[in-house]
Design a protein around this ligand. Sequence first.
Ligand SMILES: *[C@@H]1O[C@H](CO)[C@@H](O)[C@H](O)[C@H]1NC(C)=O
Ligand SMILES: *[C@@H]1O[C@H](CO)[C@@H](O)[C@H](O)[C@H]1NC(C)=O
Ligand SMILES: *[C@@H]1O[C@H](CO)[C@@H](O)[C@H](O)[C@H]1NC(C)=O
Ligand SMILES: *[C@@H]1O[C@H](CO)[C@@H](O)[C@H](O)[C@H]1NC(C)=O
Ligand SMILES: *[C@@H]1O[C@H](CO)[C@@H](O)[C@H](O)[C@H]1NC(C)=O
Ligand SMILES: *[C@@H]1O[C@H](CO)[C@@H](O)[C@H](O)[C@H]1NC(C)=O
Ligand SMILES: *[C@@H]1O[C@H](CO)[C@@H](O)[C@H](O)[C@H]1NC(C)=O
Length: 367
Amino acid sequence: MSSSAGGLVVFLLSVQVIQSQDGWGVTYRQTEVCAVKGSEVEINCNYTYPPGIRYNDIKERFWFTKEKDGEPVDLKTDSEYSGRVEFECSKTSCYLKITNVRESDSAEYKLTFRTNKPSEKYTGSPGVTLSVTDPGLQVQVNRSNSTWLELTCHSSCDLSHHPGYNWYKNEEIIQNVSSLLVSSGSTDRYSCGLRGSSGHRSPAVYGPRSPSVSVSPSAEMMEGGSVNLTCSADANPAANYTWYKEHEDSPRASGQMFTITDFRAEHSGNYSCEAQNEMGRSTSTLHLITSPGGDTTTMIINITRWTLVVVMLILLLVFCLWMRKKKAVSSTTEPHEPREAVEMDLHPEYEDLSAQREDPEEQEDQV
Ligand SMILES: *[C@@H]1O[C@H](CO)[C@@H](O)[C@H](O)[C@H]1NC(C)=O
Ligand SMILES: *[C@@H]1O[C@H](CO)[C@@H](O)[C@H](O)[C@H]1NC(C)=O
Ligand SMILES: *[C@@H]1O[C@H](CO)[C@@H](O)[C@H](O)[C@H]1NC(C)=O
Ligand SMILES: *[C@@H]1O[C@H](CO)[C@@H](O)[C@H](O)[C@H]1NC(C)=O
Ligand SMILES: *[C@@H]1O[C@H](CO)[C@@H](O)[C@H](O)[C@H]1NC(C)=O
Ligand SMILES: *[C@@H]1O[C@H](CO)[C@@H](O)[C@H](O)[C@H]1NC(C)=O
Ligand SMILES: *[C@@H]1O[C@H](CO)[C@@H](O)[C@H](O)[C@H]1NC(C)=O
């Protein structure tokens, strides 16, 4: 049983080869087709048959993916495809169009054709593998010349069979060509999508918006200090950054952050940050000034202030110690004279509270 089945396969294969050599054949335009959900896909092929067969002899010609009892099932009879397939053949070529493709349409599609005679049939195998995926659209920007940019829509899958692209300027459809010319420096957002499937859009490309510039710690700089200037602009593709100082042609730095260390008076002035990507450029300026106080003056003031505080504390401490010593001496010689000590003590302590309670008027006198 199994040996006869194997023999049959070999027989069929050899028949196919012979038939093919006899003039039977199918040539698909591509063997792998990538399509996006909801879009429309078209598969094309050319077919040949032996010269002895006339075009009118071909009675059946259809596309299929499944077989039933060893016989191909015409896609048009498959309820899963009802209303979504269309195919037509001329004397030498055929096309298959599937609209609103679904993930379940991912399969191998083959063309088969036959005459009335059971031996006169042919299936183009291997067929065309259709995969329904996300197209991963991207806009590529190429500069044509100083004023024009060429935008091209790219996909991670081969969409050459696809009926076309839509271009969006901001949110509006403007053209359905595969590449678009736009003028450089435009502030519009451009994206591309697939015709007939509005769900798939590339991220928009656009030139840098006006950059925001931040200064850390402050735009008012003390001499000797260091400052970080940071620039950031919304752009796609991501912008690169260049720093200029006014009246200077060559840039001071490139990169998003520009650091000035050991700030000097000559560093003050206007700095501009230029954000640039393939679509255009944009600039923002900030003003750095030298702090009028100056680093050293502030430091001297601070040192003087703290020195005074320390000296006063020391004096106070010495005074307190001296008073306590005096009190200790007087208490041994004259035990009934605590009030005088209280009067003199600027910082009445615990032991003195009894004295205050004894005579509140005395306390008022102190104040
Ligand atoms: C079919 O043949 C024509 C003419 O020979 C050719 O231009 C076309 O590219 C072929 N198509 C395929 C799918 O091979
Ligand atoms: C755009 O430039 C890239 C390389 O810079 C190149 O590979 C590509 O073919 C160009 N595309 C067009 C449409 O000119
Ligand atoms: C710039 O390129 C575009 C498109 O390629 C062309 O139409 C235009 O004449 C060119 N302009 C100049 C100044 O070369
Ligand atoms: C898109 O292209 C087709 C022909 O390929 C044309 O009939 C149709 O008007 C175009 N649509 C737009 C919006 O340009
Ligand atoms: C500047 O940025 C660097 C790196 O982020 C950081 O180490 C440094 O402390 C910053 N300096 C100032 C003055 O903010
Ligand atoms: C910096 O620019 C402002 C105007 O934006 C200008 O008034 C000022 O004079 C400039 N500073 C210097 C040092 O040139
Ligand atoms: C920034 O990007 C532009 C456009 O992509 C390029 O021409 C320029 O050389 C880049 N500059 C730097 C400093 O990388």
